[in-house]
Write a protein that binds this ligand. Structure first.
Ligand code: FES
Ligand code: FES
Length: 156
């Protein structure tokens, strides 16, 4: 089947099997390999992308379901420079192997866009759906809290 959508601001048209997940379409077909695939059944959050601004697990969505939608991956969140969330993750050492990081950043981006003054409890609650085997989560939460000021100023 042919599917057409916007990926990181650019129109794409691609052929997929009806059973192809959005994660596989993005990674294998469109070569945006910043979207990682871990569990492949909606548990780890590594594959999280933005669909029309919402954080969504790309392993649980079929590519054909995003017809006409706006999809943003980790590659679409920064230009020539790192985004405020990426800078905060680096500052707080919020990653080690980095496998989980794109999912955390896309999830946090959707949260901070909608709730720039979010408190720590809410950050922990929202990020509880993303798994990290390295960091112990504390620096990730600190990084997201640190990035809030940029979203409050509209600098994301
Ligand atoms: S790979 Fe999608 S949630 Fe784990
Ligand atoms: S930094 Fe390794 S899984 Fe999170």
């Amino acid at each position: 089947m042919q599917v057409q959508f916007e990926l990181n601001g650019e129109a794409v048209i691609t052929d997929v099997e009806p059973r192809t997940t959005l994660a596989d379409c993005i990674r294998d077909g469109l070569r945006k390999t910043g979207t990682h695939v871990g569990c492949e059944h909606g548990v780890c959050g590594a594959c999280t992308v933005l669909i029309n601004g919402d954080a969504v697990r790309a392993c649980l969505v079929l590519a054909v379901q995003v017809q006409g939608d706006k999809v943003v991956t980790i590659e679409g969140l920064s230009g020539d420079e790192l985004s405020p969330l990426q800078v905060a993750f680096r500052k707080h050492h919020a990653l080690q192997c980095g496998f989980c990081t794109p999912g955390f950043i896309t999830t946090a981006h959707a949260l901070l866009t909608n709730e720039p003054n979010v408190n720590e409890e809410r950050v922990r609650d929202v990020l509880s759906g993303n798994l990290c085997r390295c960091t112990g989560y504390i620096p990730i939460v600190e990084a997201v809290l640190d990035a809030r000021i940029h979203y409050a100023r509209g600098e994301e």
